[in-house]
Design a protein around this ligand. Structure first.
Ligand SMILES: Cc1ncc(COP(=O)(O)O)c(C=O)c1O
Length: 417
């Protein structure tokens, strides 16, 4: 059962009504369910339990320290993509040996910090990055542990082109032939320790077949390297496991496990997985208040106090998020509206042409499945302080990030007077 459900027409998160959360913490408000995060993490882990994998939670999906700490306590590692995410992960208590570092544009300073921290592996995305790591390894006397992220050249079925990363036309990964050359060269250096191989084909994938295809391509590389005497220790299959956004049944992690476990077990390699959305997406919602209802004849706009700066996904990826009143009134008619924010952009919307219970000014709306790539993509555009975040555990709600203030907005700016 989801942690967010209606009881007598009132939305609850675990044991706390949405209205109480808002009375205490205001809107817009990100609300996460502790039990849902833990349950989803355990469900994911059990789907791959036969492999005893390192589950490196993708920090970019939700980097709140309390969320990271909760997952680290469950045994998760971290998939990071920046020095800032390394800082977050370490501060939250993720052991360095459970951290993998992905991303196409790591700076030398970021590489050096991660090497010094003693992370498990760098998922290297270019010859240039490999060269920098080799130099660092030689200079420090600590060989940099590396995996090459290969580009398997497959079209992954994600809902938006921006979240496809497995084909040649993207900036991600290294073509297979080049990866083989780089492995051979890396194996001869003292500055690098060849440790694994990595692939990540995209995000919000609801099919098993593309993963199987990607892993098969990667395993051909593993076999070739083996024939040449280059032994790897791990294979990282990346993240991207999708969730249902429109209330459809979705694909349980077990389905991915059933297809991938036999394939991966055969290799004898340690397995790394980098889920983000699957763990936290359905474990969070965004609560927002209706400011105004504006009838423009052609269209009715429901103007909320949350905008694209708070939840970017609808305008950036044309993503679907469920929108519903926090207090249901079954007697109300259903009307079709655009749910839009206060930002001065026509692209500022949470939902377009959406059938909703006739909203009223002042009431609370819930935006579903907002636990992943919600707060982590939030900005202060239009000089809007970012929302607060709350973690609910049974009857208790804990503020895990306070709402930003106007002072926060200008902190760091040099004196202008
Ligand atoms: C390298 C890498 N790993 C893991 C993830 C996590 O993806 P998801 O949250 O869809 O599981 C991403 C996200 O795009 C990524 O770029």
């Amino acid at each position: 059962m989801s942690a967010f459900e209606y009881r007598d027409c009132t939305l609850y998160c675990e044991g706390v009504p949405a209205g109480e959360l808002v009375a205490q913490f205001g809107t817009p408000l990100y609300v996460y369910s502790r039990s849902e995060i833990v349950t989803r993490f355990r469900e994911f882990r059990s789907a791959f339990a036969a492999l005893d994998p390192l589950i490196a939670f993708s920090v970019k999906s939700n980097g709140n320290l309390s969320v990271l700490r909760l997952l680290a306590d469950e045994g998760a590692g971290a998939d990071i993509v920046s020095g800032g995410e390394l800082y977050r992960a370490r501060l939250a208590g993720v052991p360095a040996e459970r951290i993998v570092f992905s991303g196409v544009g790591k700076t030398v300073a970021e590489l050096a910090a991660a090497l010094e921290a003693g992370i498990y592996a760098f998922n290297v995305e270019s010859a240039g990055e490999l060269r920098e790591l080799e130099g660092l390894g030689e200079a420090t006397g600590v060989a940099a542990p590396i995996a090459l992220r290969v580009n398997p050249d497959i079209e992954s079925p994600t809902p938006h082109a921006y979240t496809r990363t497995g084909h040649r036309e993207t900036k991600f990964g290294i073509p297979i032939e080049e990866a083989l050359r780089l492995y051979r060269a890396a194996a001869r250096t003292t500055g690098l320790r060849v440790r694994g191989i990595d692939v990540h084909i995209g995000s919000q994938i609801l099919e098993v077949a593309p993963y199987v295809l990607a892993v098969q391509r990667v395993l051909e590389v593993v076999d070739e390297l083996r024939r040449e005497g280059i032994e790897l220790e791990f294979i990282d299959v990346g993240g991207g496991f999708g969730i249902p956004y429109e209330g459809e049944p979705g694909v349980p992690a077990a389905k991915f496990g059933e297809a991938l476990v036999p394939l991966l077990r055969e290799t004898g390699l340690r397995v790394v997985l980098e889920p983000g959305r699957y763990i936290v997406g359905p474990a969070g919602v965004l609560l927002t208040r209706v400011l105004y209802i504006k009838d423009m004849g052609e269209k009715t706009f429901v103007i909320t106090d949350a905008g694209m700066n708070d939840l970017l996904r609808p305008s950036h990826y044309a993503s679907y998020h469920r929108v519903a009143p926090a207090e249901q009134h079954p007697e109300r008619a259903t009307i079709t509206v655009d749910v839009v924010g206060p930002i001065c952009e026509s692209g500022d919307f949470l939902a377009l042409d959406r059938a909703v219970e006739q909203p009223r000014e002042g009431e609370l709306l819930v935006i579903g499945e907002a636990g992943a790539y919600g707060f982590s993509m939030a900005s202060t555009y239009n000089a809007r302080p970012r929302p607060a975040e709350v973690l609910v555990d049974g009857e208790n709600a804990r503020l895990i990030r306070r709402r930003e203030s106007y002072e926060d907005l200008v902190r760091g700016e040099v004196e202008c007077l």
